[in-house]
Design a protein around this ligand. Structure first.
Ligand SMILES: Cc1cc2nc3c(=O)[nH]c(=O)nc-3n(C[C@H](O)[C@H](O)[C@H](O)COP(=O)(O)OP(=O)(O)OC[C@H]3O[C@@H](n4cnc5c(N)ncnc54)[C@H](O)[C@@H]3O)c2cc1C
Ligand SMILES: *[C@@H]1O[C@H](CO)[C@@H](O)[C@H](O)[C@H]1NC(C)=O
Ligand SMILES: *[C@@H]1O[C@H](CO)[C@@H](O)[C@H](O)[C@H]1NC(C)=O
Ligand SMILES: *[C@@H]1O[C@H](CO)[C@@H](O)[C@H](O)[C@H]1NC(C)=O
Ligand SMILES: *[C@@H]1O[C@H](CO)[C@@H](O)[C@H](O)[C@H]1NC(C)=O
Length: 618
């Protein structure tokens, strides 16, 4: 029923397209249902505005691969939702081939991962998984929820003068969306009535002094200036609390995830479904399996007034995008147009939002001219400033399995440029070495790892650039890791790994000695491997760092910032009726994990858009 009605609306909208007073179908169209678009679409509908949420993927909310957070590795590998982006980490083809898990297409429907491909295999690059599904990457991620540094928010105030971005005010949006499932109600830093469940892990093991991991943890406490007699309390500290100068705090915490206390994933998927199912009948329409191919403009040539976004063009059908491994070459779905009375909001994520803008004529003029895309607005920053956390791990095999649980630590390495902590690490019995088809490697029961996320990367030299004007094609994505101040960031990673390795030596029998897999392969001695210099480790991280928190390709910036794509209210500069709300809007990579920050940003965007709507006469 809903489907038939939708087709009828599309037909009338496209028939009327071009007329100035075209009867629009929806107040708002939101493109993409991830942490950026999902919460926003719900909040707009709940405020009474008719909203169409368009998502390229399907709804897997009832599929246990996605619904049970513990299955996150399986989810990120699952063809049902996977979009494979084959990215580069540099402009140097030789360096690219040194990435251990670089991936090749063998031509017989399988991948080869590694450095000795079979003859004739086609080099693809480094796999960067994304989820095309209702809820976006919050449906296949590990659900880790953490806050950016206060500075990451306050920087937007500095750039734009808009004080609503202050860290203190951003906490309001977090509290609005949070449904805390782990602390007694009344905690001023938390919300208890929102839609996003947060829960934490069981850290009771840290009270048991005889476990090998407790021993490592105590040593790590000493090495980072914490009280090693208070391990059990430290392991339960709230990582989302907001004390003064929180970013200078070096401490263990209990990791928080966006999931309920039973381990069920909580994401925009839940919020969208709850909004659609609410008996109050909020005016939200969800259109799945639909690829937005471009934004439509009135007055696109800018004669007289600014170009105005009036709707979107879509291609219907599952797997229309070529990043989808289920895409069948040559397949095209029916193309139609849908109008928005008020605004179009693009929330396709850090790779797809800049692609959609460029396909619509908004981006660097020369790049668009190359593909004969009619220019709507020359905005050189679209697709630029791509940044990501650098990630690397200390990975090894003990002589026996480690005893304990997950330990989470935020710390500062000696050469960090400010007083702020710069590494987020979590250690446990797992292996995490980045992404490739079939990741991760299972090294058996003796595996042990400390995964490090480096915060505040000093280089954001990456880019998303078109390879064609075909919206089914995937753009070129190059992170240009470590291009600016790379030595400094590598030094911080090396220092982090060295501190962790030193702590590992406290594990005792029967675990010791560790056979380290990387960055210093070989048996660990009382100190670090004799033949593993800091330089060798830096080289390892330079070549093998991985990432999965891409941001900043449609960045918010000030009026005089040439690379600014958005103003502080998410409005695309130089046009009207168009905003971008997702991880691409952050001017810098927000802390260690972008999922919760992006949902906060989405919640903020809804308030900003609703405030504007009240002043807008139609
Ligand atoms: C494997 C993995 C693990 C991660 N783990 C964590 C973690 O533990 N904690 C954390 O904080 N972050 C994690 N992240 C990152 C986090 O999930 C993302 O930063 C976040 O989801 C970004 O939200 P977004 O809305 O910007 O984009 P996305 O989540 O990518 O959502 C974009 C949505 O738009 C849709 N879309 C795109 N283009 C179109 C189009 N043309 N037409 C229609 N629809 C379109 C996509 O299908 C998708 O659903 C992880 C990411 C990955 C890949
Ligand atoms: C913001 O600007 C003030 C004044 O110039 C400066 O002291 C502060 O460090 C800046 N903060 C950030 C996060 O950029
Ligand atoms: C601590 O761990 C050891 C080793 O697993 C176990 O034998 C012991 O019962 C534990 N002690 C407590 C108090 O749980
Ligand atoms: C297009 O520009 C004309 C002339 O400036 C203006 O009258 C009209 O309202 C504009 N249309 C839209 C949809 O903005
Ligand atoms: C370190 O390297 C030197 C020279 O290559 C070699 O002789 C020595 O055995 C190595 N030591 C270890 C512990 O691997």
């Amino acid at each position: 029923m809903r489907y038939r009605l939708f087709i009828a609306l599309v037909a009338s909208a496209s028939a009327a397209l071009g007329a100035d007073d075209a009867p629009a179908s929806y107040d708002y169209i939101v493109v993409g249902s991830g942490p950026g678009g999902g919460p926003l679409a719900c909040d707009l509908a709940r405020a009474g505005y008719s909203t169409l949420l368009i998502e390229a993927g399907s709804d897997q909310g009832d599929n246990p691969t996605y619904a049970d957070l513990g299955n996150f590795n399986e989810a990120a590998n699952d063809e049902t939702t996977r979009w494979d982006f084959w990215v580069k980490h540099s402009d140097d083809p030789e360096r690219e081939l040194k990435f251990e898990h670089t991936t090749w297409d063998t031509g017989d429907g399988t991948f080869y991962v590694g450095q000795n491909p079979p003859p004739g295999a086609k080099h693809l690059g480094i796999q960067y998984p994304r989820a095309a599904v209702l809820g976006g990457c919050a449906m296949h991620n590990a659900g880790v929820c953490s806050m950016p540094a206060d500075e990451d928010w306050d920087l937007i105030v500095n750039k734009t003068g808009d004080t609503s971005w202050s860290a203190a005010n951003m906490r309001r949006y977090f509290k609005k969306m949070e449904k805390n499932d782990y602390l007694p109600s009344g905690n001023v830093d938390h919300g208890y009535t929102g839609w996003l469940s947060t829960s934490r892990t069981d850290a009771s093991w840290a009270a048991n002094d005889s476990l090998s991991q407790t021993k490592i943890m105590k040593k790590l406490a000493q090495l980072t200036g914490q009280d090693s007699t208070k391990i059990a309390d430290l392991a339960n500290r709230d990582i989302l609390a907001a004390p003064k100068n929180v970013d200078e705090e070096v401490s263990f915490y209990n990791m928080v995830q966006h999931a309920d206390k039973f381990g069920k994933r909580s994401s925009p998927n839940n919020y969208v479904r709850a909004t659609l199912a609410d008996p109050k009948k909020y005016p939200l329409t969800l259109q799945l399996n639909t690829l937005v191919t471009r934004v439509l403009f009135a007055n696109a040539t800018g004669a007289g007034s600014l170009p105005k976004a009036i709707g979107v063009e879509v291609m219907q059908g599952a797997s229309m995008y070529k990043a989808d491994p289920k895409h069948v070459a040559g397949t095209k779905g029916p193309v139609s147009q849908i109008l928005a009375k008020r605004e179009v909001i693009v929330s396709g994520g850090a790779f797809n939002s800049p692609q959609i803008l460029k396909l619509s004529g908004i981006g660097p003029a020369a790049e668009l001219a190359k593909f004969n895309i009619p220019l709507v607005k020359d905005l050189p920053g679209v697709g630029e400033q791509l940044g990501d956390n650098y990630e690397g791990s200390l990975m090894g095999l003990g002589q026996a399995p480690e005893d304990g649980g997950l330990m989470t630590l935020l710390f500062r390495t000696p050469s960090a440029p400010s007083k702020k902590r710069n590494i987020f690490t979590w250690c446990g019995v797992f292996s995490f070495e980045g992404f490739w088809p079939g990741f991760p490697t299972d090294y058996g029961p003796n595996e042990f790892a400390c995964a490090m996320v480096h915060m505040a990367p000093k280089s954001q030299a990456g880019s998303v650039t078109l390879l064609s004007a075909d919206p089914q094609d995937v753009p070129d994505i190059n992170f240009r890791f470590f291009e600016n101040h790379g030595e400094q960031d590598l030094k911080e990673l090396v220092e982090g790994g060295n501190i962790l390795r030193e702590a590992w030596q406290a594990a005792g029998a029967p675990v010791l000695p560790f056979n380290e897999l990387h960055p210093c392969p070989g048996t660990q001695g009382a100190t670090r491997g004799v033949n593993c210099t800091d330089a060798a480790q830096a080289e390892h991280y330079k070549l093998q760092a991985y990432s999965h928190h891409a941001t900043s390709t449609c960045a918010i910036g000030g009026d005089n910032d040439k690379l600014a794509v958005l103003d502080s209210k998410f409005r695309v500069r130089g046009v009207t009726g168009l905003r971008v709300v997702d991880a691409s809007a952050f001017p810098v990579v927000p802390g260690a994990f972008p999922s919760c920050p992006t949902m906060m940003l989405s919640t903020k965007a809804a308030e900003d858009i609703i405030a504007d709507a009240k002043n807008l006469k139609l």
